[in-house]
Design a protein around this ligand. Sequence first.
Ligand SMILES: [Zn+2]
Length: 226
Amino acid sequence: MKSTVFGLLVLLSAVTGCRSMPEPLKLQAVSVARVVELARPKGLVPVQSGDSTIRVDLRYATPDNVFKQVLYPSGFPALTAAATAKKLVAANRFLKAHGLGLKVLDAYRPPEVQWQLFQKYQDDRYVADPRKKWSKHCYGRAVDATLVDLAGREQEMPSSFDDFSKKAAAAYTGPDAAVRHRLALLQRAMTTAGLSLYQDEWWHFNDLSDPAALSGQPVFGKEIGL
Ligand SMILES: [Zn+2]
């Protein structure tokens, strides 16, 4: 019996990497003002704080995502590190000159949700494995974004968001010249602003400008009132 329990513990620690993983967030509505107030001392600010015309559609706050499940509490604002938010302002300014704008699909992602996502989709090309390292989303230093026109209509891109296939690659190989052009504009906007592409996902951009900010413990949702 004892050896069975020991075996189970070994198995459990292999699965969790010995690190205790956080419980899912509670999904009751949160006060945006309260979350923003608690997030600011942690270095996280609303993505629209520098430009209110940046659009936000957090897909994990709705069932309109690949997992068809709400994972963020209602009212959860899109947050990034303050330095990253500034880069988004610059990217949106660039896009406006081309009759387009930025729509943020995901930004700061609480580690609680990262662990849930990884349990649902265990391929760390697409979902970082928290047992190895936390996603840059968990530090507020990655954003998932697409393009809208100035009226806010989403533009066709190489694939849908979270299409975990070759179609999601940052290097577009499809036949549609308009899609190729739009993707190039999005990538120029983001890289000119100081963000980096991620080869496996056209919508994902990293802010690698401060490597020290990507080490250590990320900000947990429970620390900011989620
Ligand atoms: Zn992402």
